[in-house]
Every structure is written in structure tokens, then in C-alpha cells.
Ligand binder design. Structure first.
Ligand code: CP
Ligand code: NVA
Length: 308
């Protein structure tokens, strides 16, 4: 059946993929990693628009390279260079872009804007980060965990993931992954910086917020963190420095984790704030594999949404 005759699929949040499909996607991402850059071209003659309303290094470059390696063409669209920046309605932009493009990858501030785009675009829309979530990063993170601990770890209730710091977009996406898969998630957040309560409720007993990094990291197999102030929160940076003091992944914190634990960070990192230089550069750090895995995981995602 041609793609235009079947219902388009978006990827706006981790839970847009049912459990088995998510695990299959992680497996397929590992295959794409082995295949490398000289593989098949399931996106031949397709064009993908990359709409970026916030800065990006990894997401933008890995999508551009991934689309190219899959045989497609990508077009980067920033608000400054399009009519979006001059106030053209999102619903008009989405409908017009969908007439030219085969998919839209969108990084923006409000999640509702992404949803509006998806509602009006007749082609798959992919969340490249909003204030509420960052599901593409989670695909790469799940691949990284599967590489280090085996894919079964993601289904195991005794597999512990710790989140240290802000209950932000990344924390929300980890919570969604926790609700779909089987692992245990402990999030250490200062009061007032918890993740989305609806997502926490959905994850049930598998996820819990605690108030000290040590409680979260105790026995954990994965210790995960992110910046104290995300993009768009620059004005709160000084206040957040005060509120997040002590929420750092350093050698002392890693000493309470499982001895084989890995450290994850989606990057960019602020050394000396949420993570010490020693830990990010140390033998337990998986952060650069994580960054590389963006490419492989997103190739698997684009194949799923566009080529099957
Ligand atoms: N991790 C991540 O999404 O990085 P960029 O902001 O550089 O895309
Ligand atoms: N929480 C960070 C993630 C960056 C990839 C932010 O939104 O800025």
C-alpha cells in the first residue's frame, strides 16, 4: 500500500510506540549501527524537513546525516529564515510543508505547538525536543543500555535507572520509557522540580521521586543526569544553581551505584554543575556512545515511519 493511502504515524512521545515495537526499534537500531553508512536506501526520493526553533548540535546533525545515509534529502528550516518567524500560523505552515515533504522533524518550545503541527501535517511528525519531552534521545539511550547490559535489562524490574537533577523534558521521557518497559526508575529532584505528575502516576510503582541523589543512585545500573537549566530557562539559571547544589553526579555518588553502573548524559553537559569532569571523562561514562547512537536510532525510526 502506498504511504499516502495509509494513516500517517507521528513520534511525539516515547509512548507513541507500543512496548514490543519500541524494543524492536532498539534491535533495528543496533542493526543499522552494524550496517553503517553503506546500507540500503529506504528513503530514496523522500525529503525530510528539519524545523529547529532552538539550538542543536547532535539532533540536527544526526538527522541530516541519517536521512542522507537512508537515501533521502533533508532541508533545515529555522524560524529566522521562514515565515514561521514572521507569524505565519503553525497550521498553515504545517499543511504547506506537508505538500512538499515526506516527514517533519520539529524542535520547539511548547509541546502543544508540536501537537498542532502534527494535527495539520499530513505526513509523520517527529519530536526533536520540546519543553515537555525528548523521545529521540530516549531511543538512543535505550540502545546504549541494551548494548551495555543486553536488551532484556530494559524489561527487568530489578534493573535500576537513577535520574539526578531536574524533572525536565529528559526526565519525562525516561518516565515514559519506564511506564512502557519493565525497569525501575528513581528520580532525585529538589522540591519544586519534579517531573510531570501525570507521567509519574502512569509509571506506577516502577517510578518514584526521592529527594537525595544517594537514594536514587543506590545500587543503580544507570546513573543519568542533565543540565540544571534547560534551553529557554536561562533567566532562572542563578536560582537553579542554588536549588540544585549537591545534585551532581561525581565519584562519591557513583560509589553507591552498582559497581558496573554506567553514567549517561544527553549532552551538552556543564562540568562541575550536574556532573564532574572526572566522571564524564571516566571509564563508567557512556555519553559519547549515547551521542553516536542518536544516528542509528533515528535511522531505525525514520525507516519505521516512512518506509514500511
Ligand atoms: N542531546 C541533544 O539533543 O543535543 P542537541 O541539543 O545538541 O541536539
Ligand atoms: N534538557 C535539555 C536537553 C538538551 C538536549 C534542554 O532542554 O535544554
Amino acid at each position: 500500500m502506498s504511504r499516502t493511502l495509509r494513516k500517517k504515524r507521528d513520534f511525539l512521545r516515547v509512548t507513541d510506540l507500543p512496548r514490543e515495537e519500541l524494543l524492536e526499534l532498539v534491535e533495528r537500531a543496533a542493526e543499522w549501527k552494524l550496517i553503517g553508512k553503506n546500507g540500503p536506501h529506504p528513503l530514496e526520493r523522500m525529503s525530510v524537513g528539519l524545523v529547529f526553533e532552538k539550538a542543536s548540535t547532535r539532533t540536527r546533525v544526526s538527522f541530516q546525516v541519517g536521512v542522507y545515509q537512508l537515501g533521502g534529502n533533508s532541508i533545515v528550516l529555522s524560524p529566522k529564515e521562514t515565515q514561521l518567524g514572521r507569524g505565519e500560523p503553525v497550521k498553515d505552515t504545517a499543511r504547506v510543508l506537508a505538500r512538499y515533504l515526506d516527514a517533519l522533524v520539529v524542535r520547539t518550545f511548547q509541546h502543544a505547538k508540536l501537537e498542532e503541527m502534527a494535527a495539520h501535517a499530513d505526513v509523520p511528525v517527529v519530536n526533536a525536543l520540546t519543553d515537555a519531552s525528548h523521545p529521540c534521545q530516549l531511543l538512543a539511550d535505550l540502545l546504549t543500555v541494551a548494548e551495555r547490559f543486553g536488551a532484556d535489562a530494559l524489561r527487568r524490574a530489578d534493573f535500576g535507572v537513577a535520574w539526578i537533577g531536574d524533572g525536565n523534558n529528559m526526565a519525562n521521557s525516561w518516565l515514559e520509557a519506564c511506564s512502557v518497559l519493565g525497569f525501575r526508575l528513581r528520580l532525585a529532584c529538589p522540591p519544586g522540580y519534579d517531573p510531570d505528575p501525570a507521567l509519574l502516576a502512569r509509571a506506577g510503582a516502577k517510578a518514584r521521586v526521592v529527594r537525595t541523589p544517594r537514594e536514587a543512585a543506590q545500587g543503580a545500573h544507570v546513573v543519568n543526569t542533565d543540565v540544571w537549566a534547560s534551553m529557554g530557562q536561562e533567566a532562572e539559571a542563578a536560582e537553579r544553581q542554588r536549588r540544585f547544589a549537591g545534585f551532581i553526579v561525581d565519584r562519591a555518588l557513583m560509589s553507591v551505584a552498582d559497581p558496573h553502573a554506567i553514567v549517561m548524559h544527553c549532552l551538552p553537559a556543564h562540568r562541575g554543575e550536574e556532573i564532574s569532569d572526572e566522571v564524564i571523562e571516566g571509564s563508567q561514562s557512556a555519553v559519547f556512545d549515547e551521542a553516536e547512537n542518536r544516528l542509528h536510532a533515528q535511522k531505525a525510526l525514520l525507516e519505521l515511519l516512512l518506509a514500511q
